[in-house]
Design a protein around this ligand. Structure first.
Ligand SMILES: Cc1cc2nc3c(=O)[nH]c(=O)nc-3n(C[C@H](O)[C@H](O)[C@H](O)COP(=O)(O)OP(=O)(O)OC[C@H]3O[C@@H](n4cnc5c(N)ncnc54)[C@H](O)[C@@H]3O)c2cc1C
Length: 483
């Protein structure tokens, strides 16, 4: 379970830390390195067996004969994971955090048992998830997100020949290119980036030139896919996954012409959004971000949230990309070190200056990316009555509309009326769709509609696990010991 950074002897394990970090991606690993260099006690919890997060998943234990095919942005992550392993942070891997208390208490599942630790300061670095893509038929077996296909590739070296990739955004093109480099056949790339985005993005061109390397990389990926001879359908809209019980293919409109491609697998992707479960369940203040069309926690430039002991780093605070996530991991930790009284604000300002400048530059580039790959309304706010919105509870647009007509004006009201958002994913896959649908029906801004009110447990916990958990608070333990 534990990826050892220090000898795993019981006497070396404390359950109380100065800093606890949730997530061992670029943000969490950089935060841990910075904290351990400052000499504070630090623990990192992550649900994956190895450090690396989404981008650097398995970078130092790839199942592929040659991980270089995944690209230099992947393999460069090995350096960070080595530094992380060499620092003094304790890494508890393969555990799922399901509760973070206002008192600094963290509860997590470890192999079916709940464990607890406490920390004076907490850094949430739980990253991103793919934006839901609620089109007709997206709930059918055979449809996956492109990111899930990439997870299977990075984790187990598994790929699927003859799949259709559909959607928009840099990650979609990267995954298609990774498939092609491995010699896997891609049936088609159905690109939904609307024509008008290319016009609108002109206003963000100054942002694009702030990171010319990224621009060149993006163009390179597109050229690589074009040169491979893969069928590419540009400016596609009106996507529908066909099939009754199983995916049979994808139909769409491209240049005014209807297409229907047969395929057993369709991989969808239209960008990533922050993973909100912990920040929402903590009751942090959130804002609707019109630039990225998603909710994100309200944080300042130091990642400080609306609760004094909680900071948010990396993509969980708003999509910033892996390099900025690593930079913000350092910045956010410096802020927590100031809060702990370990360093001064002026020293932190000086140490954070380069990283903050880098992140500001990257954010100007991000505005360009966000505008160019802004997903179509019809792919975020479904209209067809039988489109499934909540895949866990199989609730459709029609079910939600009925709830709305009966008076469900807010996400929580719709949830209790229809059970939408009550399934195993706990609203992760329908939360944004519900907010945007309601905003449309109410004809009001999404910011006024709000998001589900989430509570612990923020990940599924079995009753058996809860029943084993008798030691509820440190106070309870003391009372028990005293009696
Ligand atoms: C599926 C997917 C694939 C991606 N692939 C790429 C890519 O190839 N290239 C690229 O440039 N960008 C990729 N991204 C975007 C990418 O995630 C980032 O820009 C970067 O990894 C963000 O770093 P981070 O440290 O903020 O978060 P992450 O790297 O996502 O790390 C967050 C970590 O927190 C863990 N975590 C989350 N919740 C809990 C919990 N409750 N308990 C315990 N652990 C938890 C996660 O499992 C993860 O390991 C991908 C995103 C997704 C969603």
């Amino acid at each position: 379970m534990t990826e050892l950074l220090a000898p795993d002897e019981p006497e070396n394990i404390t359950d109380s830390y100065e800093i606890a970090i949730i997530g061992a991606g670029p943000a969490g690993m950089s935060a841990a390195i910075t904290a351990s260099q400052a000499g504070v006690s630090v623990v990192v919890l992550d649900d994956k067996p190895r450090s690396g997060g989404q981008i650097y998943r398995n970078v130092d234990a790839s199942p592929l004969p040659d991980a270089e095919v995944l690209g230099p942005d992947y393999t460069k992550g090995a350096e960070l994971t080595v530094q992380f392993r060499g620092c003094n942070a304790r890494h508890i891997s393969g555990v799922t955090v399901w509760h973070v208390g206002d008192n600094g208490e963290i509860l997590f599942s470890d192999n079916g048992t709940t464990k607890r630790l406490t920390a004076q300061k907490i850094i949430v670095a739980t990253g991103a998830m793919e934006r839901p893509f609620p089109i007709p038929g997206w709930h059918l077996p055979g449809v996956m997100s492109a990111g899930s296909a990439q997870v299977m590739l990075k984790s187990d070296g598994l790929v699927r020949d003859g799949a259709i990739f559909a959607g928009t955004g840099p990650l979609l093109y990267l995954i298609v290119a990774q498939y092609l480099r491995l010699g896997v056949k891609v049936k088609a790339l159905v690109d939904t980036t609307p024509k008008e985005n290319y016009l609108h993005v002109m206003t963000e061109l100054t942002g694009a030139v702030t990171a010319p390397g990224m621009l060149i990389k993006g163009v390179g990926l597109l050229n690589e896919i074009r040169k491979s001879g893969t069928n590419i359908y540009s400016f596609a809209k009106d996507l529908k996954v066909t099939g009754d019980e199983q995916t049979a293919g994808l139909s769409f409109n491209c240049g005014g012409k209807e297409h229907s491609l047969p395929a057993s697998y369709v991989f969808l992707h239209q960008g990533v959004i922050p993973n909100l479960n912990i920040t929402q369940a903590l009751g942090l203040e959130h804002d609707w971000c019109q630039q990225q069309l998603c909710w994100k926690p309200k944080i300042n430039r130091w990642g400080q949230s609306s609760k004094s002991h909680i900071a948010v780093a990396g993509d969980s605070g708003g999509i910033i990309g892996a390099d900025s996530a690593a930079a913000m991991g350092r910045v956010v930790t410096l802020n927590q070190l100031v809060n702990l009284g370990v360093t001064s604000r002026s020293l932190a300002e000086a140490e954070a200056a380069d990283d903050l400048r880098f992140v500001a530059r990257q954010q100007r580039f991000r505005r360009f990316i966000d505008r160019l790959y802004r997903p179509l309304d019809q792919q975020r706010i479904p209209e067809a009555p039988n489109t499934v919105v909540c895949r866990c509870e199989e609730r459709t647009v029609a079910d939600l509309k009925k709830g709305f007509e009966l008076g469900g004006r807010e996400p929580n009201q719709l949830k209790s009326q229809t059970r939408c958002g009550m399934g195993p994913c706990q609203g992760r896959m329908c939360g944004h769709t519900v907010s945007e649908l309601l905003a449309n029906w109410r004809n009001e801004p999404v910011a006024d509609v709000g998001y589900y009110r989430l509570r612990s447990p923020m990940r599924l916990v079995t009753l058996q696990e809860l029943s084993q958990f008798t030691d509820v608070t440190p106070e309870a333990k003391k009372t028990e010991e005293a009696s």
